[in-house]
Design a protein around this ligand. Structure first.
Ligand code: SAH
Ligand code: MG
Length: 240
């Protein structure tokens, strides 16, 4: 005998089920369609991303869609002098450097000498090596190396989350009015809203990420700020 199946009536539209502009339509097919159209990589960019793991580095770079956002933001603020904290294999750095004018410079900071070596080779491949300087070491200690070159026009923060607030404070002190400061992984892997005790290995990063975003929302420091709703959350703020 066929089991009786309770027929479900469609739920009435309520505040929570009603379609609205906040609904998320980013199905994988939609994302790849848009990326093919708008975030096309050339061979160099693709090989940097695809070889990251073969080169023995973790697969934690931004994706092509996010690389393209960085390129757009760098162009939008007319940046000539850019800073990146967290180089990895140079994938995001290559997008940023390509958006800079011929006489533009990117200073990128990386803790691991191994990552830095891979990145230097990749910047050559991407044709941007002449614009990029890779600084090796813990960024809190190495950022002062470029203090005398301030003010900067664009800062991308994408390294150890527990130190984001220090990188943000450095960025606030070393950028011009109108500069953009961008913080990746701002949703903190979905743990931003949790009490640190419930955030597992990311517990120490919760206060740092919250304080970073609080600074970005401070209207005495920034003209405007918003969260770009990438998969990881990319917070962007315009310096006052
Ligand atoms: N921006 C890169 C990804 C960076 S991944 C991209 O999207 O292509 C984060 C990087 O930060 C790793 O390479 C890691 O080694 C580096 N890192 C971690 N702690 C750091 C520190 N204290 N100072 C500088 N870099 C650090
Ligand atoms: Mg990131």
């Amino acid at each position: 005998m066929a089991p009786s199946v309770a027929k479900k009536k469609p739920a009435p539209a309520t505040a929570t089920t009603k379609k609205h502009d906040g609904d998320d339509f980013r199905a994988p097919g939609v994302l790849s369609f848009v990326s093919k159209l708008m975030a096309r990589e050339d061979d160099a960019l693709r090989s940097i991303r695809e070889n990251t793991v073969k080169d023995g580095l973790p697969p934690i770079s931004v994706g092509p869609d996010e690389g393209k956002i960085l390129e757009l933001l760098v162009r939008t603020c007319g940046a000539k002098k850019a800073v990146e904290v967290g180089t990895l294999a140079g994938y995001s750095g290559a997008w940023i450097a390509r958006a800079l004018p011929g006489d533009g410079v990117l200073h990128t900071f990386e803790y691991s000498p191994k990552h830095a070596a891979v990145a230097r080779r990749n910047f050559e491949r991407a044709g941007v090596a002449s614009k990029v300087t890779v600084h090796v070491g813990a960024a809190r200690e190495t950022l002062p190396e470029i203090g005398h070159l301030a003010p900067f026009d664009f800062v991308f923060i994408d390294a150890d989350k527990v130190n984001y607030v220090h990188y943000m404070r450095w960025a606030i002190e070393h950028t011009r009015p109108g500069a953009l400061i961008v913080a990746d992984n701002a949703y903190l892997f979905g743990k931003l809203h949790l009490e640190p005790a419930k955030a597992g290995e990311d517990a120490p990063a919760v206060p740092s990420m919250r304080e970073t975003l609080t600074l970005m929302a401070d209207t005495s420091l920034f003209r405007s700020c918003a969260m770009l709703p990438t998969g990881q959350g990319m917070a962007v703020a315009v310096r006052k």
